[in-house]
Design a binder for this molecule. Sequence first.
Ligand code: FES
Ligand code: FES
Length: 926
Amino acid sequence: MTPGQPPHEIAFTLNGKPFTATVDNGTSLMEVLREQAGLISPKNGCAPQGSCGCCTVLVDGRALSSCVVPAGKVEHKHVLTLEGFEPRERHIFAHAFSVAGGLQCGFCIPGIVVAAKHLIDAHPDPTRRQIAEALNNHICRCTGYVKIVDAIDLAARALRGEPLPPADYSGRIGSSLPRQDAERFVLGEQPYVDDLKMEGMLYGAFLFSAHPRARVRRIDTSDAASQPGVARVVTAADVPGERYQGLIYKDWPLFVAAGEVTHCIGDILAAVVADTDRHARQALEHIRVEYETLPGVFSPEQALTPGAPRVHPDHENLLSRSVIARGDVDATLAASAFVEKRTFTTQMIEHAFLEPEACIAVPGGWGFPTSPVGDVAGFVETSGVGAGDWGCEGRSDAIAESRLPRRSLRPSSQAKSGIPNPELVVFSQGQGVFDDRRQIASFLGLDESQVQVTLVSNGGAFGGKEDLSIQGQVALMAVLTARPVKATLTRDESIRLHPKRHPMTLTYTVGCDRHGHLTGLRARIVGDKGAFASVGTKVLERAAGHAAGPYRVPAVDIESLAVYTNNLPCGAMRGFGANQAAFAIESMLDILAERAGIDAWEMRWRNALDAGDTFCTGQVLEHAVGLKDTLLAVKDAYYGSPRAGIACGIKNVGIGNGMPEAGQAVVDVTADGRVVIHTGFTEMGQGFYTAMIQCLCDVTGLDPRLVRTQVDTAHPTPCGMTTASRATVLGGRAVQDAARQIRRDLGPGVGLIDLAGRRYYGEYRAGDTTPLGADVERPRTHMTYGFATQVCILDGHGRLESFVAAHDVGRVINRHMVEGQIEGAVHMGLGYALTEELKLVDGVPESFKLRSLGLIRARDMPDVKVILVESLDPEGPFGAKGVGEIGLVPTAGAVANALYRFDGVRRYALPMKDSAAARFMPGTRG
Ligand code: FES
Ligand code: FES
């Protein structure tokens, strides 16, 4: 290929058949496969970075990332994608991953399956080490690789002729029912938003601010508007409703207007809608912006300096202050046998979910998008639209048409959902369809009833998809052009846009008596909020509430601050402030244990919370406090190695602190005798859908293969965000409620088909909680808590050797999924402890590369052993607690304490890159 080569045809063999593609010198093989061949198993996780492996295919037998292979290079070669595997191979891989629990969000899996075939073709009997090595070019952010390696091992055995174990379809609580649609995910057939298309669809792209803080003097879009294929250029001037949105504070402008000052480099200044993604992106380069750069504030210290520039003109840089005070800390510290004071710092990290943000908005009357593999399970039935209704009406391919004057939204003739005439349907992968809808409607100046948000498969989130990303802007583009519009962020753009984990500085003063019993704790915590509030006030509130860890501390004096800066915004991320606090308190416990002359396990045992004890927030824990059981579960592991570090963790389940919490479920029995559970919580790989099916089937005895779970705003299930490990508890209780009604109606001689057409409504409202610091005698800050103890064991060289995670999960609903949540969280926690960082210089990441984030690869993971402890919780369905977050709350503390035992160096800053454990993981360095 030569630079500037015009479009021309190339021929190659694709999945055994001749294929001709039209390419130019900028066309990648992945683009050809996805856009021209209509294949969706190669997923786009980071193109053109070549970092994630999601797009892996075989080219003449070599496993390559198709996003970095120029299409011209495959001329006359043989390309094999998952779609072209032999039927037996497809069946074996699909079944093996499904029964081994080898997938969560599923986005990484098709690429991994291609790598697995490549390995097994060469080594039919691979060792676990060989399997892990073969995944070196792949990232999975969900699983921690444990069950992926299990699945590949199982597939290799089956390909050698061994029988595959059957899937467990009992549907009972505690069984390992495969994830809903598992086999479709493994084969790459289950579409994510970016896999969907419809005729007449336009494509959106965004212009981000070039500077973290600058006055935007002028945005000139005239040249861009006349570029090839461009239908419309959109700016703040086009917004008909409220331009500023936000989950708690409306401080986030979805477009920054000319004349305003930018907040960070994630600010969007303009967007282009065009006939192709490429045309939209090319036109962006023709938008001219005049900036006046201004000094910014890039640390909380800078931001709190008197006279510092304000990030938001109408709000001081101190966004919030959370305080907890119980007892006389000065007196208890003065009377303590030992008192230590230390300061800890934690870093910003990136969620690195594998599926970048994508959205499709469809004006009423256009029908629904489809995928190249046909059925899009998940929203067909949800919307009440059968396969015969999938045609698009009023479509036109002529771009000129979309330049016609704005067509007003009209009632959809196809709208058959619970909402009368939704005039805009938004296909999202966000973490809360109802919060998305509220903000989209407000942004567009529409009534909420005019907008429907439907969840398409979510390729990972971890808190990073709680805020609106691009749903508002894409919805506006669809309204302005009266055409369906899709936009998908590149990895670089994704890193710019969504909130990160808060960096924090935590100064602790902690005392204990001569037996190691904690006496008093003072903590001062400052969090870098970045440019927008997001849910940061709650994150810092949670850091304060978890500052004392799962320990009895008679007197506490805690303050946490959330401070605006011009850095990328920070918000929700798995653990939600508890992780930062845990690193500090777990290090302090070991420091004090050493002073008191007792070992780290004993120190924790003497201080561990039990039923009847008072938590840091003042809440008396009444039941289901399984912390001591988790300590007992790891006792042998801890005492079995001189290089073992131990840490405990506590994590609230439910948002709490005064927020009302409820779950709802609408359960429909369909005409063909199937069951659909409608809920508002998001499935993002954590197994929520499957857990709901088990909650229903355990009560009713129904076959889980007859049941599926779906999410949209068309049903009255306005539960709020999928956050704070609460979806399983609230959703599960609501489903249980509905399931009992179904069981009552089923009976001798009455089968499911006899209930066809019936709808059941289940609901659960958690008891009230009290705001943090409320002046009440017996505060109840959260509905319940999860507990854990983890042990990190290093080898004689200081490398990670093994890791033991004992968790009080209340009750196991799905064993594979609970284990998988914890294994994946430990993987994330080890990265947080040792290697992960998104380093900013004056508000700009040093690198936007996924490869540079320090994510731990499969070959560098230690053996992870999960021990599940059950302490039935009356709050949860069947006694279950949420486990989505706590898996990494203690991890960094356990690693820090192990490192100290190995080399005698006490580390106060994350990530601990100087340690031998980190240095032995070269794969994490970009
Ligand atoms: S999309 Fe190709 S490696 Fe990530
Ligand atoms: S299952 Fe691997 S990234 Fe989600």
